[in-house]
Design a protein around this ligand. Sequence first.
Ligand code: GBH
Length: 487
Amino acid sequence: DPTRDDFRPGTFPDGFIWSTATASYQIEGAWNVDGKGESIWDRFSHTPGKVDRGDTGDVACDSYNKYREDVQLMKNMGLKHYRFSLSWPRIFPNGTKEDGVSQDGVNYYNRLIDELIANGIAPMVTLYHWDLPQALQEKYGGWVNEALVGHYHNYATFAFQTFGDRVKYWITFNEPMIVCSLGYASGEHAPGIQDSSSVSSLRCGHTLLKAHARAWHTYNTTFRQLQRGKVGISLSLLWAEPRDPDLPADVQAANRAMQMINEWFARPIFGDGDYPNVIEDTVQKLKLSMELPELSDEDKSLIRGSADFFGVNHYSTRIAADKPSHIQTQSVLESFEMTTAPEWPRGQSDWLFAVPWGLRRLLRYIKEHYGDPDVYITENGWSDGDVQPPILEDTDRVCYYMTYIDEVLKAIEEDQVKVRAYTAWSFMDNFEWARGYTERFGLHYVNFTDPSRPRTPKQSAKFYSDIIANNGFPEGAEITKMVQDMW
Ligand code: GBH
């Protein structure tokens, strides 16, 4: 089992960033408090049948009220960075500044940011982690409409202006591909639009790319000199390993899978500025019947290079094999088959298999394909179930983190990938989107049946805080002995 045979102790480069992450809708609660506007996730979770067990984010972890306690728990862990997201409708309840700013919403983020900084923790802020103001959904149909480029740009500019004196790391969008494919094709996520033709999801992607680029350019020209921060984007990336690496058809199938899943946003921003061929092909085919926006040369040059770092959310790997029928089939998606290996441990999430070496290969792939960028791992983590008694001795999660983090170290030391940051998803158990509270990703356990939502550190919180304290796994350190015992 390649996950267990080659642990190597070692220390990360000086200044390496250790962080944990959350997102507004998943933790804040207070969904209709102090003037906050409705988001598409409020609407979606309040619609029967959309989320498992009918769970909602109405209260979630109640971080709107408990943020001070959260910051103390972070401090206890020795964390110096924290990634969280702003809720757009908490700031602009109706989606735009003209329709009113909620000062209470702005104050909440000011208090959170100040509390973090007072405790020596640097905020890393995601501008959009999926909770669009419902007003913009209703007025424009959401991200399928290019009008949202301007609205997002105004919101991002307001955030740079208001918080940028203290926030030095910005992430424009969390996982644009998931926003478009689950929100506008399969309908599993808000706003729940089902469109198997891909037209809606491609329009959505087009809007997100332009919105991202405009926000980056405004930061670059208007705020950078004074604020001296960095602006990137977080893409969800899967590693696809060819089933038979000696079989060219499988190697090509794995390439198609990587293109389909990873390159839609990565190539326009970090590559040569074009959509990957598989997207171009789909666009060409669909154009026969529908009018689809294409990226103009001007768009492309605005998008190309519009990031100070490459944010990577990575959880899992698949085996890709050729599906020979692809010559006749319409869709590239049907031209390969994705499977897993029976020996890969699976988390509570049906898609989450622990394959640590996949992360190292993915990091090397990024270095080789996208001009050796600074890479920030903005999410990585493991789920277990909502069971009694609670899993506080979360050894599976500890194993996941130590093996994945060790592969990051190898990518840095042996492959010279410029990984600057690692972020554990998540700081605490939270609202896991369509799965509600049935899947737990936290370093802290949250009791969702107790109105005061108490948090309890799990074994993984202790483990991760030792990694932070040691800046890795130095030879002879307590943590290395622990790892070697577990091996
Ligand atoms: C992230 O999404 C989110 O940013 C975060 O909010 C969320 O809580 C966290 O991860 C945990 O889910 O392997 O081909 O079957 C991750 C979204 C969901 C993207 C699963 C890949 C599997 C596709 N991922 N999906 S596949």
